[in-house]
Design a protein around this ligand. Structure first.
Ligand code: ATP
Length: 135
């Protein structure tokens, strides 16, 4: 029996479908989830949620942190932001990446630096997710 994965952000559901395997970017390290996984909650880092579907195709979603809950063959991802890899706007990512890199060269405080680093991290994972989707 496949698992059911639901991905949502605070304002709306993003997608829900059946999966035979889910890979999560947990803050404690990336983790794989197969059916009949023990109940678990984990905090998500910025990264990519990869799902293998019952027909062996794959889907990838960029997430920028959040929570994942696993129970009863259901995986619920409540992300701060989530985008299906194929919907990522690459021009926008490149612009965000450039802004972040400039800020890192021209930093004025630790707060600015942490924000720019987080922004750069989002950009790099969005690019990676989009590249994975185009394979
Ligand atoms: P930007 O500076 O371009 O807004 P960001 O990393 O600061 O990038 P976020 O705060 O992570 O953006 O996201 C704000 C909203 O915009 C979210 O709903 C997110 O899903 C969406 N979003 C951000 N960048 C992209 C992108 N490149 N393609 C599609 N949606 C995006």
């Amino acid at each position: 029996m496949p698992m059911e994965i639901t991905i949502a952000v605070p304002t709306h559901p993003v997608d829900s479908f059946e999966a035979s395997y889910v890979h999560l970017p947990s803050e404690e390290g990336s983790m794989g989830v197969l059916q009949n996984h023990a109940p678990l909650r984990c905090v998500l880092d910025t990264g990519i949620v990869t799902c293998r579907l019952p027909d062996a195709s794959e889907r990838a979603f960029f997430v920028s942190g959040g929570l994942a809950m696993i129970a009863d063959n259901k995986v619920l991802v409540l992300a701060d932001t989530a985008e299906p890899a194929e919907d990522i706007d690459i021009e926008r990512v490149r612009a965000a990446e450039e802004r972040a890199r400039k800020r890192l060269l021209d930093q004025t405080s630790d707060t600015d630096r942490a924000r720019a680093e987080a922004s750069l991290k989002r950009s790099l994972f969005r690019l990676k997710a989009n590249q994975a989707a185009g394979r």
